[in-house]
Design a protein around this ligand. Structure first.
Ligand code: ARG
Length: 573
């Protein structure tokens, strides 16, 4: 059991013994002012309000019934009725030694929908956030022992594909190979768009091709498949470079729900949820009415018979619930699709596609901005290709690493630069509050100081070098910990909080809490290392072993935390 869980239990018992009704909770939190204690319990105030009594007196009553012998050294009532708790050093040291199970007591089947780019174009920076935030949650939930099903809901079925296959037909007609024609997907898209806008005959053909494709025409289907294969291969390569755990088997694109769209529509019509409106079929949602009371419309079939993004998402929802048996479904999609997701969730529940106990969660995020505070663009104002951004990250890291450590071989530099460059981009994003916009800043993210990936990777290498110097194997190292110096205590206390942070992030899906934690941990380690000599002459062997143990646990926790963010560590940098 974590320290927090233990304290919670003991305080809840004491509250009960003090005659406080059970819905009142201890309201335990890390102390805002560490000089007054490690944790604080704020539950006496709320309980006193309910019982109409004096909160300080009630806090005293709780203390009278609270047994934290051997756990806390000091219990103090402060202010209007906070209880400050200072942990006992030996207890803390002993907690460090006990292997706390990081697996969830209630393993679930969790579908994580992330990355999900449209295949018509090359991946650009707009896909970065979903890809890396979703991946970190998938990693964390997997680490906690949940059955994680990654789903890449790629867009491969929209109207643009008519235009693209008409263009591809043109190229192949001139004897060009598909691979070559599609070598630059971005250019290919621009070309086809130009044809579409300038040539009415081409445009008509493109429109006819979408309909043919969606109704199963073999010729269109073949051309489409050629295009999709190239585009998917490109994306899989990006995932690999990004160290993101998405592979071919996770792709469940829009087209895979095509066969079920008629059934979805029929179910909605039968239940009276979808109704005729100007030739289209529309679901009107009073739950999302605007301020005039007009219900929010969601079109599920166009007047020409075509289905929409929303229709596929409803079919997809049925698949995730019925076939994948999800308990929880997480969507990592841009905040601009919030209304769409709300419409899909509400309709899915009203149509009984989703049972009430299944959790549907849209975890939205803000936009990545350029230094000018506007959405990130190239100098010329175009979208930045993700592939180019990653190349630049590695190049910048290479320069940095070779300046910092000229003794490294060029092979070593190449490996390190990839980990540092890619890690920097990912961490810069993950460390910001998910729902906010943020400014993309090369210098800040690649800095070796502050809350950055290079800082943490560097802290890791420093700890590992201590073990190399001591000629001790860090992996298998285990020694009893004795906490005497204040910096040792701060570090040990931080180490015990890792699982609590992970549990919180597994619930709220805000990975920046992991980053904040790791940064504080690394900072606590640095102060400890400055104040508490480890390998110096004159340090007795018990102290040395205790400190090496703190070092080992710090390194392992940093590496584990970064791994959950999809960031790699190295021995040297
Ligand atoms: N392909 C969509 C886009 O690029 C994102 C899909 C997200 N997932 C979903 N189930 N709607 O905007």
């Amino acid at each position: 059991m974590s320290i927090k869980a233990l304290l919670n239990q003991r305080i809840a018992d004491a509250m009960q013994a003090a005659g406080i009704p059970s819905p009142c909770s201890p309201m335990l939190a890390l102390s805002g002012k560490p000089q007054f204690g490690d944790y604080q319990a704020n539950g006496a105030m709320g309980a006193a309000k309910q019982l109409k009594t004096n909160p300080r007196e009630l806090a005293q009553k709780i203390l009278d019934n609270l047994d934290l012998d051997g756990i806390a050294d000091k219990l103090e009532i402060a202010g209007p009725g906070f209880i400050n708790i200072t942990l006992n050093n030996d207890f803390l040291a002993q907690q460090l030694g006990t292997d706390i199970d990081h697996r969830s007591a209630d393993p679930q089947t969790i579908v994580v929908d992330y990355s999900s780019p449209n295949l018509a174009k090359e991946m650009h920076v707009g896909h970065l956030r979903s890809t890396i935030i979703g991946d970190s949650l998938a990693r964390l939930l997997e680490y906690q022992g949940h059955n994680v099903i990654r789903q890449n809901h790629m867009g491969d079925w929209g109207t643009q594909f008519g235009m693209l296959i008409a263009e591809l037909e043109l190229h192949l007609g001139e004897g060009e190979q598909a691979d070559l024609a599609l070598n630059d997907l971005e250019k290919f898209y621009q070309q086809s768009k130009k044809h579409f806008d300038a040539d009415p005959e081409f445009a008509d053909k493109a429109r006819a091709y979408v309909v043919k494709l969606q109704s199963g025409d073999q010729h269109c289907r073949n051309l489409w498949q050629k295009f999709i294969d190239v585009s998917v291969a490109h994306n899989l390569e990006i995932y690999q470079q990004l160290n993101v755990g998405l592979a071919a088997q996770h792709i469940a694109p829009e087209s895979s729900y095509n066969h079920d769209l008629d059934n979805v529509l029929a179910a909605l019509v039968e239940q009276g949820l979808a109704v005729d409106s100007e030739g289209a079929k529309v679901v009107f949602l009073g739950e999302l009415a605007d301020k005039n009371g007009d219900p929010s419309p969601m079109i599920v079939q166009k007047s020409g018979g075509g289905f929409l993004y929303a229709t596929s998402d409803l079919a997809c929802l049925r698949h995730r619930v019925g076939t994948l048996q999800a308990d929880r479904i997480l969507y990592f999609i841009d905040a601009r699709q919030s209304l769409h997701m709300k419409q899909v969730f509400i309709t899915g529940r009203k149509a009984s596609f989703v049972a009430p106990d299944i959790s549907l969660e849209h975890h939205a995020f803000g936009t990545m901005m350029g230094p000018d505070g506007k959405p990130f663009k190239t100098r010329a104002g175009g979208t930045v290709k993700l592939a180019d951004l990653l190349v630049e990250a590695v190049e910048r890291a290479e320069k940095l690493v070779s300046e910092k450590n000229p003794d490294l071989s060029s092979e070593e530099i190449a490996v390190i630069a990839r980990k540092v460059g890619i890690g920097a981009i990912k961490y810069a994003d993950l460390s910001k509050t998910r729902t906010n916009d943020y400014i993309f800043d090369w210098d800040a993210m690649l800095s070796f100081e502050g809350n950055t990936s290079p800082y943490l990777q560097y802290a890791y290498t420093r700890i590992r070098s201590i073990f190399r110097k001591a000629q001790v194997d860090a992996e298998g190292f285990s020694a009893p910990v004795k906490l005497t110096e204040p910096q040792e205590k701060v570090l040990a206390f931080k180490l015990t909080q890792f699982n609590e942070v992970l549990n919180q992030v597994a619930q709220d899906c805000y990975p920046h809490s992991i980053c904040t934690y790791l940064y504080e941990l690394a900072s606590a380690f640095m102060s400890f290392y400055e104040q508490c000599p480890v390998l110096k002459d004159g340090v007795d062997s018990a102290t040395q072993h205790s400190r090496l143990q703190l070092c080992a646990q710090s390194a392992n926790t940093i590496a584990q935390g970064l791994d959950l963010l999809g960031i790699e560590v190295m021995e040297k940098m």
